[in-house]
Design a protein around this ligand. Structure first.
Ligand code: C2O
Length: 539
């Protein structure tokens, strides 16, 4: 195993998109940021220097960070932010993970432009469980705004309206040639006939789930969220923010230009979203220059049936899938929107003196501001958080039925839930119809988990539990809780620390759709959090 060193300088960089130049925040002047590649078992040391006027942190999305929560990255959860002109070196080891992950800023909405791919190859001497592709490229889907992203965020935080939608979707930072002023720079992948191509599709968009398809080419899905799955073939995939999907295609079509395209999947009713399409080009080197690319047929924006058909095919391939069967902690979390009453003014612009909120079990999550949760926990600092996050909703109701908006308004708090080291945890994630039903990509830091069941309507333990897949459930770090439905995940709490659990749609996260787990130390150093690094930022 090797240790890879990287330098990340966070800086302002002028970038031209959609006919307009603006300063955005980048790493090393690159947008998207640098790709990190390593092998399973390697270690990484990434020195991050902040050269912008905002505080920032970097999160290594999906990396388990065994015993190194200090390197996880979410601001005020596992560290204080890196202040302007300060440096912090993230040090961690990749343990038993292979496939595609990514990294992104985890401060306010700065991940809009601060992200990149994190690719984990098999250990040297070991192989993929499928034949190795000739070409291997990240396809990072994102969103582009023509405005300062922190202004967009403020608007989302204070209003009763949905946040301003982005001005374009992007592939590897480029909108592609269906948008104005973008044709020149469209992402292009050149292939020879017969090549196999692995596309590591990452959804880095702030607020949008996306369909992705390649014209005239079947996609063989081989992995998601840095785990392998039993390969299956599809025309289209849906990737939620935070998720990754590895697909392999064969360049077996007549030499030509084919679009790879992504467009919104938007389940919530009356939601505003950008219904345009971002494209990249699969270019056969033997094609004549003049031919126009062919567009794939993408599903309608609200085509939940296609999403369900896709996700129900994911099956884990790991020979050693050990799904916990005895459950120590049986938790039930609602995930959904809500409205909070407020006094009219600039920070309260919704209908009837409200602003949007979001919650789990009626608690809208609030981050501390003076110390990180991990530091407060490690040092036993009182008054920063409480450990009374409710294991189930305060009252039962018809979660996905019609209900009045007045019925259920979340309270707010910094409430955590404590887990014993080694406990087996099950969480039922139940979407609600408060304001609207909606598909939520829920992400757990420090872990991946088994998705043992999914369905629509209200979860019913009497009839749904018997249908759980305890044999080959998919392993993920981010699960799309279906629109007006539920998903059940299980994990073994073998990684001590404080771990954020949240919706990866940033507007929902900002509104409070989050909580955090404390996983206590077990016995001895191999089951305990390592001491904090000397350069850990102070608030
Ligand atoms: Cu990729 Cu807490 O996020």
């Amino acid at each position: 195993p090797e240790t890879h060193y990287h330098e990340f300088v966070v800086q302002e960089t002028p970038v031209k998109r959609l006919c307009k130049t603006q300063n955005i925040i980048t790493v090393n002047g690159q947008f998207p940021g640098p790709t990190i590649a390593a092998r399973n078992g390697d270690s990484l040391a990434i020195k991050v220097t902040n050269r912008v006027r905002y505080n920032i942190t970097i999160h290594w999305h999906g990396i388990r960070q065994m015993r190194t929560p200090w390197a996880d990255g979410p601001e005020f959860v596992t560290q204080c932010p890196i202040m302007p002109d300060r440096t912090y070196t993230y040090r961690f080891k990749i343990e038993n993970q292979e496939g595609t992950l990514w990294w992104h800023a985890h401060s306010r909405w700065l991940r809009a432009t601060v992200y990149g791919a994190l690719i984990i190859f098999p250990k040297s001497g070991s192989l993929y469980p499928f034949s190795a592709p000739k070409i291997d490229v990240p396809i990072i889907l994102g969103e582009w705004w023509n405005r300062n992203i922190l202004k967009v965020m403020k608007q989302a935080l204070h209003t009763g309206a949905a946040p301003k939608v982005s001005n374009a979707y992007t592939v590897n930072g480029q909108p592609g040639d269906l948008y104005k002023c973008s044709a020149q720079d469209t992402t292009k992948i050149s292939v020879n006939p017969g090549d196999t191509v692995m596309l590591r599709v990452i959804n880095a968009a702030l607020n949008q789930e996306l369909f992705f398809s390649v014209a005239n080419h079947k996609l063989t899905v081989v992995g998601s969220d840095a785990t392998y799955n039993k390969p299956f073939t599809t025309d289209v995939i849906m990737v939620g923010p935070g998720q990754t999907t590895n697909v392999v295609l064969k360049a077996d079509q007549p030499p030509a230009h084919y679009y790879m395209a992504a467009r919104a999947y938007q389940s919530a009713q009356n939601a505003t979203f950008d219904n345009t399409t971002t494209t990249a080009i699969l270019h056969y080197k033997t094609a004549s220059a003049a031919t126009n690319p062919v567009l794939p047929r993408l599903p309608a924006f609200n085509d939940t049936a296609t999403v369900t058909a896709f996700s129900s095919q994911l099956r884990s391939v790991r020979a050693l899938v050990k799904v916990p069967t005895q459950i120590d902690e049986n938790l039930f979390f609602t995930v959904g929107l809500g409205l909070i009453n407020c006094n009219p003014g600039p920070r309260c612009q919704g209908h009837n003196n409200t602003r949007f909120a979001a919650s789990m079990n009626n608690v809208s999550f609030v981050l501390p501001r003076t110390v990180s949760l991990m530091q407060a926990y490690y040092q036993n600092t009182p008054g920063i958080y409480t450990v009374d996050f409710p294991p189930s909703p305060p009252r039962k109701f018809d979660y996905t039925g019609n209900m009045s908006r007045a019925l259920w308004q979340p309270g707010s708090g910094t409430k955590l839930y404590k887990l014993k080291f080694g406990s087996n945890v099950q969480i039922v994630l139940q979407d609600t119809a408060i304001v609207t039903t909606e598909d939520h990509p829920i992400h757990l830091h420090g872990y991946h988990f088994f998705v043992v069941g999914e369905g629509f309507g209200n979860f019913n333990p009497a009839t749904d539990t018997s249908k759980f897949n305890l044999v080959d459930p998919p392993v993920r770090n981010t699960i799309n809780v279906p629109d007006g439905g539920w998903a059940v995940i299980r994990f073994h709490a073998d990684n001590p620390g404080v771990w954020l659990f949240h919706c990866h749609i940033d507007s929902h996260l900002t509104w409070g759709l989050a909580m955090a787990f404390i996983v206590e130390n077990g016995e001895g150093p191999l089951q305990s959090v390592e001491p904090p690094p000397a350069d850990l930022p102070k608030c």
